[in-house]
Write a protein that binds this ligand. Structure first.
Ligand code: PMP
Length: 328
């Protein structure tokens, strides 16, 4: 069955076509994962969407561009204003990348223990960083930015990615239809990690509309304390994103941090794919789903590359678990 999509409302305004770097956001490759799971039944295919092909290096470029363009359309972001948000990760890098192209300065609050790689990337892109007490985590970073914006609302645009529908829309209009077309409408299962849940909600909802039989599966860590940067354990987080609707999920798969590390090593050593920890966790969840199937096309998101995680020690572990595809 192949349904041809109506063209999505243009992501790219005329400015994007004049800005080659922004025109490179989206339309990322879909990579078949074959060697990592030789035990899958012959009719089962698994694919990962290579989101590090976005110019800022992650899936969050999509959301940042849509939230910034949406802010401009609504008159909330005007020339001379700064983009301000609390993020220690990819969203900050995405704001700084898009902001640099469009001429907006960026202010980010982040816990002081954010990785040196991240701080260096954000500094290199010219973002202003407000480092907050590590003990108080992202909650303090969020409060700090909210106070800053409230103190001078005309100077700042606060996208608030956890509660901004433009974050979902980026994936409803981009990621979802791209996956549909790249699989010729054959996708049967979509697996995505839950951070803000923008990817899961937007792409999942669009794919479900295109074919109601598609199973939409969320990936989350197995508890509140975990090493899968960028995703949340929804049942225990103090801050459930406003854009998250748990009813969309057919199933939630929980992945241990150790399993994510092991899968990251196997992806590197068997597929030549150097991906980040949440991408590896997504693949682990996709394989868990794929192993139950007689037939199917399982697609997941490779949120970013390994570049920002290279100082993590887990890369140094032996690869015994992935020699023959067993054990993961
Ligand atoms: N993985 C990584 C590395 C991320 O930075 C994010 C964004 N927080 C996600 C996964 C989850 O994406 P989303 O916010 O769309 O749920």
């Amino acid at each position: 069955m192949t349904i041809t999509l109506r063209p999505a409302p243009a992501l790219l305004s005329s400015t994007e076509t004049q800005e080659p770097l922004l025109a490179m956001i989206g339309n990322t490759p879909l990579i078949p994962l074959r060697k990592i799971a030789p035990d899958l039944r012959p009719g089962v295919e698994v694919y990962g969407k290579a989101e590090w092909y976005n110019p800022g290096g992650s899936v969050k470029d999509r959301a940042a561009l849509w939230m910034i363009r949406d802010g401009e359309r609504r008159g909330l972001l005007r020339p001379g204003m700064r983009i301000a948000d609390a993020t220690s990760g990819n969203t900050g890098i995405a704001y700084a990348t898009v902001g640099a192209v469009l001429g907006y300065k960026v202010t980010l609050a982040l816990p002081e223990n954010a990785s040196p790689e991240r701080k260096r990337i954000l500094n290199a892109l010219g973002a202003e960083l407000i480092l907050t007490d590590a003990q108080q985590g992202m909650d303090l970073a969020i409060r700090t930015i909210r106070d800053l914006v409230a103190s001078n609302p005309d100077a700042y645009f606060y996208p608030d990615q956890y509660n901004n529908q433009a974050n979902v829309e980026a994936h409803y209009q981009g990621t979802g239809p791209e996956i549909w077309e790249q699989t010729d409408g054959r996708i049967t299962h979509f697996v995505a990690g839950l951070g803000t849940s923008g990817t899961f909600m937007g792409a999942g909802r669009r794919l479900r509309e295109l074919n109601p039989a598609i199973k939409v599966i969320g990936m989350q860590p197995d508890g509140p304390y975990h090493a899968i940067e960028g995703v949340k354990h929804m049942a225990t987080t103090g801050m459930v994103p406003g854009i998250y609707d748990p009813d969309l999920a057919d199933e939630i798969v929980e992945i241990r941090s150790e399993t994510a590390f092991e899968t990251a090593r196997c992806l590197a050593r068997q597929e030549g794919l150097m991906v980040g920890i949440s991408a590896a966790a997504n693949v682990a969840a996709a394989l868990e789903v794929a192993r139950r199937l007689e037939q199917g096309v399982v697609v997941t998101i490779l949120c970013d590359s390994a570049a920002k995680y290279l100082s993590d020690r887990f890369w140094d572990e032996p690869d015994s678990a992935c020699v023959d595809g067993d054990g993961i």
